[in-house]
Design a protein around this ligand. Sequence first.
Ligand SMILES: [Zn+2]
Length: 114
Amino acid sequence: MANDNLYSGDSVKPVSVEVSNGEQVLEIEWADGHKSIYPLFGLRKNCPCVMCRGGHSEMGTYEMELFYVEPTQHYEIEDLQTVGNHALKISWNDGHKTGMYRWELLRMMSPNKE
Ligand SMILES: [Zn+2]
């Protein structure tokens, strides 16, 4: 897995964040011009909270391949909140809302090749 510190500065500052539940994607445009489009299924499955990551020993382990598979479940985002200037908190329609996605993590996870 890539080093969390790989991205810094403008590459982890979002200029826009848009959700399309209809198209099942979250789109982030970054200050350096890169655009990331995350299928919601992969994003939900890679929720960074302790519960989803299966405990502290698994923290930092993500399944990037889930961004590329055919979704087996339909997820929708009900609410997005920025947390300070370092993270995005996502509330899902399955009631899960403890996931705080740091911008560095989102940039690292970007399914779109740079
Ligand atoms: Zn979670």
